[in-house]
Design a protein around this ligand. Structure first.
Ligand code: HAM
Length: 419
């Protein structure tokens, strides 16, 4: 017997129904915010991802050589592909360009619940604006997408990498040391961060002040810690975004968190993450922020920002909250009473389908009671029982599966009873 490759999944019709529901809901929300959908290929040139992150990222990729010896990789995310697309084809489009996408991503991660090697993202990028209102709208969109999908319990954390940089500057440590520290900060391993700072000759008292500032949710305290004129502009800008988010987008449920560093290398400035506290280790549903890739990819510099939502984790979070997904039903199930009524039954089925009514028909020639049982397992709203006697009158029996009520209906009138 063959088995699924590690970290991948099959989806049953019931699971697909939840996924389609979520995708429809998200597509609708993206569109209400003025975003337009795009698609990029499942695989890209390997260099697209190593250009910013270096060769180290290859460890996390499904990369391969094709038959002509080209170095390719399955995409681990969609931001770099979207910016490649933008630089190649969309630079002349009117700004801001608001693009959204759904797509499967591939990462050589260690699989566990909520973390897969093939997973789906819903995401977006906004290109050509860096106003505070653009960033506030972007964060509001991420939050609204998850709220509109039906989730109740969400935690929105907002950070700023320029301010974090100013914090690092106070410690007088090298870029290489910063890199090592951010890996720990990313995982909220603050004790280890403090220890490492001391290994880098930062006094214990200084290290602790730094860690406290990373953990505070009060801007005032971060300002006091940094205390320099240069960063004032950055704070004003940051606070303007937060004010807009709270007062005009009406999203009050957020926290400041300078410890957000984001795993990917292209971010700069504002960053944010949304968690579902009900989930365990893999609770991060969404992440994003402002970033720089356009000039690296050969385009004319322009501001860019975006985020992606983990589609699979959002489903798990909805299930954990016991969200009632809409159930699938079929309008009608047609049951020929005997072999002589099969052809007429097929004709009726085809006619209904042509009228846009979902209709299924018994293809197994099973008896009436088994057919009715089957009709209820597929959630048929009505069954049409096609018997020889009724057919003589050009009629059938229509049965309501909820109430059990039956009535005789002329064939040409069936659709009126179903619509
Ligand atoms: P990311 O934080 O790497 O950001 O991924 C976004 C979301 O994808 C995560 O918050 C998580 O929910 C989900 N995710 C990541 N890895 C896995 C996995 N192995 N299994 C299941 N879900 C996963 C990005 O990818 C950026 N491109 C987001 C962005 C767009 N930034 C700017 N624009």
């Amino acid at each position: 017997m063959f088995q699924l490759p590690r970290g991948t999944r099959d989806f049953t019709p019931e699971e697909m129904q939840k996924r389609i529901y979520l995708e429809d809901s998200m597509r609708n929300t993206f569109q209400t915010f003025g975003y337009r959908e795009i698609q990029t290929p499942m695989f890209e040139n390997l260099e697209l991802f190593t250009a910013k992150s270096g060769e180290g990222i290859i460890e996390e990729l499904y990369s391969f050589k094709d038959k002509s010896g080209r170095d390719l990789t399955l995409r681990p995310e969609l931001t770099a592909p979207v910016i490649r697309f933008y630089v190649e084809q969309l630079q002349m489009e009117p700004k801001p360009l608001k693009l959204f996408y759904f797509g499967n991503c591939f990462r050589y991660d260690r699989p566990q619940k909520g973390r897969y090697r093939e997973f789906r993202q819903a995401g977006c990028e906004i290109i050509g604006t860096d106003t505070p209102e653009a960033y506030a709208e972007l964060i509001a969109l991420a939050y609204t997408l998850l709220k509109n999908s039906g989730l109740k319990d969400l935690k929105l954390n907002i950070g700023n990498l320029n301010i974090l940089s100013a914090m690092f500057k106070k410690l007088k440590i090298t870029k290489e040391q910063q890199k090592q520290l951010t890996t720990l900060i990313d995982k909220s391993q603050y004790n280890e961060t403090s220890q490492l700072l001391q290994d880098f000759d930062v006094k214990q008292e200084e290290a602790e002040k730094f860690i406290q500032t990373l953990q505070t949710t009060e801007i005032k305290k971060i300002k006091e810690y940094i205390n320099d004129e240069q960063t004032k502009k950055e704070f004003d800008f940051f606070e303007k975004i937060l004010q807009l988010l709270k007062e005009t987008f009406n999203i009050k449920n957020y926290q400041i968190k300078m410890g957000i560093v984001r795993g990917l290398d292209y971010y700069k400035g504002i960053v944010f993450e949304i968690d579902a506290p009900s989930l365990g280790a893999e609770k991060q549903l969404a992440g994003g922020g402002a970033y720089e890739l356009v000039s690296l990819f050969g385009g004319k510099e322009t501001p860019t920002a975006g985020f992606a939502i983990g589609f699979d984790r959002t489903i798990i979070a909805l299930e954990t909250e016991k969200y009632k997904f809409p159930t699938e039903s079929i309008k009608t199930y047609i049951i020929p009473v005997n072999e002589n009524t099969i052809e007429k039954s097929l004709e009726i089925t085809t006619k209904l389908r042509n009228q846009g009514i979902s209709a299924d028909i018994d293809l197994l020639r099973r008896g009436m009671s088994k057919s009715l049982k089957y009709a209820s397992t597929i959630n048929a709203e009505k069954t049409i029982i096609v018997g020889p006697k009724e057919l003589e009158q050009n009629s059938v029996t229509l049965r309501d599966m909820k109430t059990g009520k039956q009535e005789t209906v002329k064939i040409e009138d069936i659709h009126k009873f179903l619509e």
